[in-house]
Design a protein around this ligand. Structure first.
Ligand code: FPP
Length: 246
């Protein structure tokens, strides 16, 4: 069964390539420390890897890629690290804007962008607008994103619709809530990959990952290359997805 609202799109065993891959890109800091470099150098290497790997992922026929670039909890990190990440976003978003003239990738964002300075918000809006009709890989960057925060904002939107008489409580179901998520109408991830050794979802796509297959690897994000990706895809190809059935 395929339903973009509540499910995923590749339920058959051995169907191979997932339609939607989500990645928690963890391990940038350790990658940098191992090289006696500052944390920011790890994030830079991580951003470069994202650029390179997404181009490769596009060639495989994957339709959606969603990556965790900054969580609602990451603001608790040292100011210098956050400033470095924001600077990196400015730089990379500009590169993505320049690239859009010659490639087919669609760029999208989830999370609460209102916390960012106006200039960055402007780049986000520009990228969304100029790539809206692109037909290549649909890349979604989760920035100032938290799954719980997204669900709270969705609940507020449903409450507002109810207060305004657009909705009655009995009409609030899984589909109604899904429609209020930042990620709507992107289908839910088929495969979630987390690099960097931890085995948790860390508040990423909590609702959307209900039936995602989860692949964990010790490899640090900047080292996660084509070969590592294929290991994840081979593993995914062998999973039998039942979505709670038999
Ligand atoms: C976790 O690594 C990673 C992040 C908090 C940020 C991920 C961001 C990027 C890969 C850059 C994306 C940038 C753009 C412009 C899209 P960590 O620092 O927690 O690693 P550690 O656990 O080894 O310390």
């Amino acid at each position: 069964m395929t339903n973009v609202l509540t499910r995923n799109s590749t339920p058959e065993k051995g169907s191979g390539i997932p339609s939607h891959i989500a990645i928690v890109m963890d391990g940038n800091g350790r990658w940098a420390s191992k090289r006696f470099m500052p944390h920011s150098a790890g994030h830079r290497a991580g951003a470069q890897n994202l650029r390179k790997l997404s181009e490769y992922i596009e060639t495989l026929g994957v339709k959606y890629l969603t990556v965790y670039a900054l969580s609602t909890e990451n603001w608790a990190r040292p100011e210098k690290e956050i400033a470095g990440l924001i600077k990196l976003m400015h730089e990379y978003f500009q590169q993505y804007i320049d690239d859009s003239k010659k490639n087919d990738m669609r760029l999208d964002f989830i999370g609460d962008a209102s916390r960012f300075e106006p200039e960055l918000q402007q780049k986000i809006e520009t990228l969304k607008t100029i790539t809206r009709n692109k037909t290549g890989l649909h890349v979604t960057l989760a920035i100032n994103y938290g799954g719980r925060d997204e669900l709270v904002r969705a609940a507020r939107a449903l409450a507002a619709d109810t207060a305004n008489g657009l909705l009655t409580p009995d009409k609030i179901d899984e589909e109604a809530l899904t429609r209020k998520l930042d990620s709507f109408p992107t289908p839910h991830p088929d495969l979630l990959i987390r690099t960097g050794g931890e085995k948790r979802v860390s508040n990423f796509l909590l609702w959307q990952c209900a039936y995602s297959e989860m692949f964990f690897t010790d490899t640090l994000w900047p080292d996660f290359d084509k070969k590592e990706l294929h290991a994840a895809l081979d593993w995914f190809g062998g999973r039998q997805r039942r979505f709670g059935g038999r």
